[in-house]
Design a protein around this ligand. Sequence first.
Ligand code: IMP
Length: 217
Amino acid sequence: MKNIIPLVIATRNKGKTVEIKELLKNFPVEIRNLDDFGPIPEVEEDGDTFDENAYKKASFAAKVLGFPALADDSGLLVESLDGAPGVYSARYAGKNATDEQRYARILQELQGETNRNAAFECVLSIAVPTGPALTYEARCEGVITQVPSGANGFGYDPIFYYPPLQKTFAELTREEKNCVSHRGKAFRELQDEFDKVLVWIRQNMPIQERFACEHEK
Ligand code: IMP
């Protein structure tokens, strides 16, 4: 019997899924994502904080699918825009806009602005079907560029310059980005406590699922 537990990543964002799979590759978990389960209802990400939205996504997926679920809610906060786009990062230029349209809007709004300080924030929530959840948070500070640069990553990466490495996030490899990013840091906190997290998941799974988790594989 291996101590591997199933864990659903509660996202349909492909860029995030790739990064999260890489970050969890040494964990004793069998990763599934929402696409492995066919259509399930979408969660309205209408919370006022990353924390609320992360919990909503993780607990909804855990309840509907009957497995422990992990969600990441994250976004960009620009100092001179009073923290915008913040929780609206994914929809900043309208619901069906592209990443390019979203970061073009930020560049447009910052035209002539000298304060270009910004940060990415990430909240991870791990929930079990019975409701309780664990939370991890992290932040990464940088500067908004004048023009986009780089082709890696996703979202606002081409306009987020990370001074210690003198590159935008889109100019970093996935491994380099994971070493310094908000998401990478939050996952390392989780990783540091992962033994305890596994015990917590097992103790909080409903009896039937707990049995299934322990005997999977
Ligand atoms: P959500 O967490 O899925 O609601 O969306 C977060 C949004 O924030 C993404 O769609 C991106 O636009 C942006 N975002 C979050 N993390 C990153 C990142 O690591 N790089 C670039 N953009 C990000």
